[in-house]
Design a protein around this ligand. Structure first.
Ligand code: NAP
Ligand code: HSE
Length: 436
């Protein structure tokens, strides 16, 4: 049997204006160039880079085809008459925001991978795209090459989503994996992640959890159809995760992951990013290196898992490419994807969220101390799931894992523990997921 591939009679050339030719921009330029003919045959549009903006025009850009106009002014690319779709891959808020608003106002669809911008200015940008009747697509903004925005927005549009939880930052997952498996030094691994093109221009966005918080805000907004301001996302990074924490987790049968969690709590939504201890038997525990994974739990569909490369030029450009093709096809048809309406979110404060906790406490090693510590837990209704103690001369380090408890109760418990004479320090507090 010989199957005939679809072969549109005419392929429309669509001029692409590329804002940024860095890790992702150079990869999308290469993919568009290599696959132009195949894309044209399959979809009826042939997107072609015609102009690009960079900061340093003197730097060689080997993946840009010859003839592409390279300038240092993003607005000049937006205004270029041959540019019909704008692809923003500069990152940051300005000049990306102004360039995108100008493109939309001029009726030019926009594709971006800029999670920081979408999380901070989503409603303004979505309104501008709606008013102009053109696409604003941002699949690459969350979890790199993994299709997650389109499935949430389209395939699951009618589903009642209960929770979205995932590993959405490749850099931190790469660092935590190396710390766990190779006992690697934090600084060396971070430099390696940067050289591999995973890290943001300012890597504190990764290790501080800001990048994951932007993605959590976007995921929560799309999944629950509400606007979740990134400033309202509870955020903790991995900077304070020590080799000791990694070793404790390993000994207790867990691995440490930076998780983004968005969940429905009654009719409100709780959104947070923090390091979490995950049982080694949990599917998220096996997500290693720069890979990402997003779990979606829906009332009818049950559990879904999306897994793949969450960072790096090639995988991210693959997501950008899908959006470029969609935007180009829609443009030629005079249509655009619906973003949906986003009501302001009613958010659950962190104090009302529940999870299990792993608490490491350093105490004086003398009779009665363990009983005094345990009493504080009991007084605040925080139930202990497991406990182990390690002696260190006249001191001891006690590691507790609690059952699920309200954040507020654990905070008061920690305050009271800190006031006990026998407690030298609260060495670490890490939330534990996947246990009751
Ligand atoms: P990058 O390597 O730092 O590249 C940024 C590009 O933008 C460079 O070509 C830079 O020019 C250009 N640029 C920056 N500011 C500019 C300005 N004011 N005017 C003109 N050009 C400007 O960044 P990237 O890693 O490709 O990331 C791009 C976007 O994709 C960001 O929003 C990022 O969050 C997002 N993203 C990245 C990844 C990833 O794995 N890297 C994954 C998902 C999403 P020069 O080359 O001259 O410096
Ligand atoms: N810096 C990001 C990460 C790139 O490490 O996941 C992908 O958004």
């Amino acid at each position: 049997v010989i199957a005939r591939l679809p072969c549109p009679a005419v392929s429309n050339a669509v001029g692409i204006g590329l804002l940024g030719v860095g890790t992702v921009g150079s990869a999308i330029a290469a993919q568009l160039h290599e696959r132009a003919a195949a894309i044209g045959l399959r979809t009826g549009v042939t997107p072609r880079v015609v102009a690009a903006a960079v900061r340093d025009v003197s730097k060689p850009r080997p993946t840009l085809p010859s003839g592409v106009r390279v300038v240092d002014d993003p607005m000049a690319v937006v205004r270029d008459r041959d540019v019909r779709v704008v692809v923003e891959l500069m990152g940051g808020i300005e000049p990306a925001r102004s360039a995108i608003l100008s493109a939309l106002a001029a009726g030019k669809p926009v594709v971006t991978g800029n999670k920081e911008l979408i999380a901070a200015h989503g409603p303004e940008l979505f309104a501008a795209a709606d008013a102009a009747g053109v696409d604003l697509l941002f699949e690459a903004a969350v979890a790199g090459g993994i299709p997650i925005i389109r499935p949430l927005r389209e395939s699951l549009a009618g589903e009642r989503i209960e929770a979205v939880m995932g590993i959405v930052n490749g850099t931190t997952n790469f660092i935590l994996t190396k710390m766990t498996e190779d006992a690697a030094d934090y600084g060396t691994v971070l430099a390696e992640a940067q050289s591999l093109g995973y890290a943001e221009a300012d890597p504190t966005a990764d290790v501080g959890g800001h990048d994951a918080a932007s993605k959590a805000a976007i995921l929560a907004s799309i999944a629950f159809g509400v606007h979740v301001p990134v400033a309202e996302v509870t955020r903790e990074g991995i900077e304070s995760i020590s080799a000791q924490n990694v070793a404790d987790a390993k000994r207790l049968g867990f691995v440490i992951k930076l998780l983004a969690i968005a969940e429905r709590t009654d009719e409100r939504v709780a959104v947070r990013v923090h390091p979490s201890m995950v049982p080694i038997t949990h599917p998220l525990a096996s997500v290693r290196g720069a890979f990402n994974a997003v779990f979606v739990e829906g009332a009818d569909v049950g559990q879904l898992m999306f897994y793949g490369r969450g960072a790096g030029g090639g995988p991210t450009a693959s997501a950008v490419l899908g959006d470029v093709i969609d935007a180009s096809v829609n443009l030629t048809k005079g249509t655009h994807a619906a973003l949906g309406a986003f009501a302001p979110a009613a958010l659950t404060p962190l104090s009302e969220c529940s999870s299990a906790f792993c608490l490491a406490i350093e105490v004086n090693d003398r009779p009665g101390v363990l009983a005094a510590v345990a009493k504080v837990f009991g007084d605040h209704g925080v139930s202990i799931r497991s406990m182990e103690q390690e002696g260190m001369a006249d001191a001891a380090r006690i590691v507790f894992v609690t059952h699920r408890a309200k954040e507020a109760a654990v905070r008061v418990c920690l305050d009271d523990l800190g006031r006990l004479d026998a407690v030298r320090s609260i060495a670490s507090v890490i939330r534990v997921v996947g246990v009751q």
